[in-house]
Design a protein. Structure first.
Length: 166
């Protein structure tokens, strides 16, 4: 059971994930988390470096889909701002539902998809349960996330320590 809490790969930032690395892993599509993966807390759009990297993924033929537990308007507006066609709102991560919907949207099988996120108990666990290649990044912003997320960050530490990724 605990194996689902360990990502398949660890990177400091989404911009450290190269299209060639993903292609070597057989990836054709990417599921993107929003908060603290693409943008920091209370930041409306990603910085230019992240936006450029998303365009690089697309120029290399990788499909993108934003998957978030947020409400429809928040996710739709965000996807439009970053010019990503596919999105899934109220994904219920870590359940596989949002990942399955993203797979259908992109027309890809789960083993062709990498999911990139900053939380073990939502992003990694959900990706692993769905059968995606799970990539964990460091959160872009620490603090101000609220009690529940702060508690999850504490509970994540043993899984990061074991892999040497603190």
């Amino acid at each position: 059971m605990f194996k689902n809490f360990y990502a398949d790969a660890y990177f400091d930032n989404i911009t450290d994930v190269s299209p060639s690395y993903l292609k070597e892993k057989g990836v054709s599509g990417i599921i993107l988390d929003i908060d603290n993966t693409l943008i920091g807390h209370n930041v409306p759009v990603p910085d230019e470096k992240v936006l450029s990297h998303l365009r690089l993924f697309e120029s290399e033929g990788l499909k993108l889909c934003v998957v978030s537990n947020n409400e429809y308007d928040r996710v739709k507006n965000f996807a439009e701002k970053i010019e990503v066609e596919y999105f899934v709102h109220k994904a219920l991560k870590p359940r596989a539902l949002g990942y399955n919907l993203a797979s259908k949207e992109m027309g890809l099988q789960m083993n062709e998809i990498a999911a990139i996120g900053d939380q073990i108990f939502t992003d990694v666990w959900g990706a692993k349960r769905a059968g995606c290649f799970a990539i964990l990044t460091k959160p872009l912003h620490s603090g101000g996330e609220g009690f529940f997320i702060a508690l999850k960050r504490i509970l994540e530490k043993p899984f990061l320590r074991k892999r040497g990724n603190l």
